[in-house]
Design a protein around this ligand. Structure first.
Ligand code: ADP
Ligand code: MG
Length: 238
């Protein structure tokens, strides 16, 4: 299993200093949630780990390998983003297998992985449908499935449930937690929703203004918030 180690990370968008000297160590197999208000830099931090946007300074290790200069496709990560655009002309099966095919994964291996993930997400019945024939929740499962078939060591999620209604959000949350247990992978998950954070995470990094204000278990955050901001954000009685 691979942990994530971030050291002295700085990132600006134009004149805006978005990430301010971030240090964060995510233990292998952890489910870490980045929690904070809109605009505090959560997505920027996730993009930096993914390698989608160059950083200004600092370093990122995944599984004890320095990936700071490594291409996103070679970092051993899989991503699920807020806007989960599926390929509209492809069936669910093709949506799941396409990325693996492009990478040259053997056909039998692709079939094994698609069957496994479809079973995990209970979307076996949907494999021959096109996205237009799916509900929002089903589409979101397929988007998660598309990441899972990559069998990555590290999964990155950016507000993957924000387009779902309350009931589906709760259901998918339970499912993600179960999947985490089943996969034994490291998860880094962005949300601005404290309930989502407190129920999903093994550890939560509370962010404010481009910095990590506290990194602790949900219980610790609630019982011993380091700052008033953390107390206010996680709703503890401090
Ligand atoms: P969060 O995900 O916590 O809501 P973001 O990481 O998306 O926050 O954004 C942090 C700050 O950086 C915000 O002020 C946002 O407007 C700014 N920002 C993000 N991406 C860009 C970009 N591509 N160009 C310019 N500013 C950006
Ligand atoms: Mg964001």
């Amino acid at each position: 299993m691979s942990g994530i180690s971030i050291r002295g990370l700085n990132k600006s968008h134009g004149p805006l200093h978005v990430l301010k000297n971030i240090d964060l160590d995510v233990a292998p197999g952890d489910f870490t949630v980045l929690l904070g208000p809109s605009g505090c830099g959560k997505s920027t931090l996730l993009s930096a780990v993914a390698g989608l946007d160059p950083i200004d300074s600092g370093s990122i290790e995944i599984g004890s390998v320095d990936v700071t200069e490594t291409d996103p496709s070679r970092r051993g990560i899989a991503m699920v983003f807020q806007s989960y655009a599926l390929y509209p002309t492809m069936t669910v099966r093709r949506n799941l297998s396409f990325g693996l095919q492009v990478k040259g994964t053997p056909r039998a291996e692709i079939e094994r992985r698609v069957a496994r993930v479809a079973g995990m997400l209970q979307i076996e019945q949907l494999l021959d449908r096109k996205p237009a024939a799916l509900s929002g929740g089903q589409r979101q499962r397929v988007a998660i499935g598309r990441a899972l078939v990559q069998e990555a060591r590290v999964f990155l999620f950016d507000e993957p449930l924000s387009n779902l209604d309350a009931k589906l959000r709760t259901e998918t949350r339970v499912e993600l937690k179960r999947l985490h247990g089943q996969l034994g992978a490291t998860m880094l998950y962005v949300t601005h929703d404290q309930i989502e954070a407190m129920t999903l995470a093994t550890r939560v990094a509370v962010m404010r203004g481009g910095q990590v204000e506290q990194y602790a278990t949900p219980e610790e955050l609630y019982e011993r918030p380091a700052t008033l901001f953390v107390a206010g954000f996680v709703g503890s009685p401090a």
